[in-house]
Unconditional design. Structure first.
Length: 198
């Protein structure tokens, strides 16, 4: 239950089916076989396609977000995506974030993300300054790692090959709540708007 005046740390995302989360768990298992320390792996149960991080928003702003998502999902039909190769931000030579790329109907995913951003801007939200790069975050590297350790981890991740592509259909968009705890973020869905059927 959200109280009036309460600030909610939130983001907009496409949630993943269990089959994909299971596949990501197997990818992380392979990654952990490298035995490298200084990598904080994301719990596969909480991995999602982030469309827009909102930060702290009020209960009034939640209403505006809901309206923007409902309007967007009435226009855009569901579409097909799949998990592709592994990569890192800013690069595999000096990685800070390890991720899995997303392929498939990326044009529709980008259209969805842009439309949401445009409607949010008209409701007073700031415009997203960074370009949208569809991905799923697998892990973050600690700042204390040396450049040489980062380079070795990047080379190891680059050597891992995905044997199977993980397909899924994007059928809905959710407003998610993120509650930070000492053991990591806890995510819960505030509401979901279904994309229209093809």
């Amino acid at each position: 239950m959200i109280q009036d005046g309460e600030q909610i740390r939130s983001f907009i995302a496409i949630e993943l089916p269990q089959s994909v989360k299971k596949g990501l768990e197997q990818i992380e298992f392979k990654g952990k076989q490298g035995g490298y320390t200084g990598i904080k792996w994301v719990d596969p149960k909480g991995i999602h396609v982030t469309l827009r991080f909102l930060g702290n928003i009020s209960s009034e702003q939640i209403i505006a977000v809901r309206k923007a998502l409902e309007e967007t999902t009435q226009e855009i039909p569901s579409f097909h995506l799949e998990i592709a190769g592994l990569g890192a931000f800013p690069n595999l030579t000096q990685p800070r974030v390890l991720w899995v790329a997303i392929n498939g109907e990326i044009d529709k995913l980008s259209r969805l993300q842009k439309k949401i951003g445009s409607l949010l801007a008209s409701s007073g939200f700031s415009k997203e300054s960074r370009p949208f790069v569809p991905h799923l975050t697998l892990a973050r590297l600690k700042d204390s790692l040396s450049p040489e350790d980062k380079r070795k981890i990047g080379a190891f991740i680059n050597s891992l090959k995905l044997k199977a592509y993980l397909p899924f259909d994007a059928e809905a968009v959710s407003l998610m709540r993120s509650q930070l705890t000492p053991t990591g973020a806890i995510y819960s869905c505030l509401f979901t708007a279904k994309l229209r059927n093809n």
